[in-house]
Design a protein around this ligand. Structure first.
Ligand SMILES: [Zn+2]
Length: 396
C-alpha cells in the first residue's frame, strides 16, 4: 500500500475513533478527502471486517438538514478494537471498556482509600480490567489502549505525578509506565480535569464544539482546556491549574504554598470547612449539597461566594483564551444555579465584552462518570498519543 493511501486510511480511522459514528459526508468534511476516496476507504474497512454501516437518523449527523433519506452511518466494529478507561479518584476506582463507536460495553467501580499506594491501586485496576473484559466478551489482544485518570498534575514528558499533597502514594511513580508494564497494554495517563473536558466534548455539554474550558470544582479546582477540539497541555502537560490563580491577596495559605488561591475559597474542602466551623459539626460535601438544595441560607451563601470567586478566575481565563463555552463540572456543580448564577454575573462584569459576548456557561452533564468516560475518550480522541496500536497494524 502506498504511503499516501495508508495516510488517508489512517485519517479516516482517526476520524471514526474520535467521532464514534459518522456519515461519509462527515468523514469527507473532517478529513478533507474527496467523497470517492472516502467511499473506497470505507469499502475496504467494511470488507476487512473493521467497520460496519447502518442506516442513520438525520440527527446522527452534525445537525445538517437532510432532505429525503437519512445518511448511512459508518462506525468501527469491536473487532477493530476496544478501549479501556481507568479512573482513580480521591475515594474510588472506576474501570470501563468501550468499543470504538463509543458504546460502553461493561463498567465497574469500588471505593478506594484516598491514601492508597500506587501499587495497591494498580493491583485493583488490573483485577477490574480482567473483569470488564470478560463481562464484555472482549479479548485482551483487542485493546488498542488504556486511558488512565489521576486527580493530580501529571508531567507529560516524565509521566510523574507532580503534587505530593494530593496523591502521596503516587508521587515519583511513573504511572503510565508502571500501569503499562502490569497490564501489558499501552497506557496514557491524564489529569482528571483534562479527562472531564474530553468527556464533555465527546459525550456531554461540549458536543459539537471545539473551543471549550472545563472547570472541575471538587476537593481541588482544575481546568481542562480544549482548543481546536484538542487538549492543551502546555509545555509540560500541567496547563489548567486555575485553582492556584490568585483571587484574594493575603488570603488563606494554600497547600501549594501561596496565599489566596482560588482553591482556598471555592473548593468543596474550603466550603465544607467553613460550614463545619459554623455548625460545630463535621459537614461532608454531600451534606453541604443537601443543605443547599433544602434552602439553608449559610450553605447557599457559601456556594454563591464560591461561584463569585470562580467567576473572577474564569473572567481572566476568558480574556486570555476566548472559549465559546465554559463547562462547570465536579461535585459542586450539583448546586446548579446557586453556584452558576453568581459565577455568570461576575464573568460578565469582569471580562471584556468581546471575550464573553457569545460565551455560554453551562453545567457538566456527565456527573461522577465524567473522568471515566474521559479516559475512554482519551484513547479514541487523542489516538496519536498511543503508539503502534493493533488497529493500525491490522488496517495498514
Ligand atoms: Zn494554591
Amino acid at each position: 500500500m502506498t504511503s499516501l493511501r495508508e495516510g488517508n486510511r489512517k485519517r479516516v480511522i482517526d476520524a471514526l475513533r474520535a467521532r464514534g459514528v459518522a456519515s461519509r459526508a462527515d468523514l469527507a468534511r473532517i478529513t478533507g478527502l474527496s467523497r470517492s476516496t472516502i467511499s473506497t476507504i470505507v469499502g475496504d474497512l467494511v470488507e476487512a471486517g473493521l467497520a460496519g454501516e447502518r442506516d442513520g437518523q438525520a440527527s446522527d449527523s452534525d445537525g445538517e438538514v437532510h432532505a429525503g433519506r437519512p445518511p448511512v452511518m459508518v462506525s468501527l466494529n469491536s473487532s477493530a478494537g476496544v478501549a479501556l478507561g481507568v479512573d482513580f479518584g480521591h475515594r474510588h476506582l472506576r474501570v470501563a471498556v468501550s468499543d470504538l463507536s463509543h458504546s460502553v460495553l461493561a463498567e465497574t467501580w469500588r471505593e478506594l482509600d484516598v491514601d492508597h499506594s500506587a501499587s495497591h491501586g494498580l493491583d485493583a485496576a488490573a483485577d477490574f480490567v480482567a473483569q470488564v473484559l470478560e463481562e464484555a466478551g472482549a479479548d485482551r489482544g483487542r485493546v488498542i489502549g488504556v486511558g488512565m485518570g489521576l486527580p493530580a498534575p501529571i508531567d507529560r514528558s516524565s509521566g510523574m505525578v507532580q503534587d505530593a499533597s494530593i496523591l502521596p502514594g503516587w508521587v515519583g511513580v511513573d504511572a503510565a509506565a508502571e500501569a503499562s508494564r502490569r497490564l501489558g497494554m499501552p497506557v496514557e495517563v491524564e489529569n482528571d480535569a483534562n479527562l472531564g473536558a474530553l468527556a464533555e466534548l465527546v459525550w456531554g455539554a461540549g458536543k459539537g464544539r471545539s473551543e471549550v474550558a472545563y472547570i472541575k470544582v471538587s476537593t481541588g479546582i482544575g481546568a481542562g482546556l480544549l482548543s481546536g477540539g484538542r487538549l492543551q497541555g502546555g509545555a509540560g502537560g500541567t496547563a489548567g491549574e486555575i485553582g492556584h490563580t490568585l483571587v484574594a491577596e493575603g488570603g488563606p495559605v494554600c497547600r501549594c504554598g501561596n496565599r489566596g488561591c482560588l482553591e482556598t475559597l471555592a473548593s468543596t474542602r474550603a466550603i465544607a470547612g467553613h460550614m463545619s466551623a459554623s455548625r460545630g459539626e463535621e459537614i461532608s460535601t454531600r451534606r453541604l449539597l443537601e443543605l443547599c438544595a433544602a434552602g439553608d441560607a449559610a450553605a447557599q451563601r457559601l456556594i454563591g461566594d464560591a461561584g463569585r470567586a470562580i467567576g473572577i478566575a474564569v473572567a481572566n481565563l476568558c480574556n486570555l483564551l476566548n472559549p465559546e463555552c465554559v463547562i462547570v463540572g465536579g461535585d459542586l456543580s450539583a448546586a446548579g444555579d446557586v453556584l452558576l448564577e453568581p459565577l455568570r454575573t461576575v464573568v460578565r462584569r469582569n471580562a471584556i465584552p468581546s471575550a464573553v459576548e457569545s460565551l455560554e456557561i453551562v453545567p457538566g452533564v456527565l456527573g461522577e462518570r465524567a473522568e471515566l468516560l474521559g479516559a475512554l475518550a482519551l484513547v479514541m480522541h487523542e489516538s496519536d498519543r498511543f503508539y503502534a496500536s493493533r488497529l493500525e497494524s491490522e488496517a495498514g
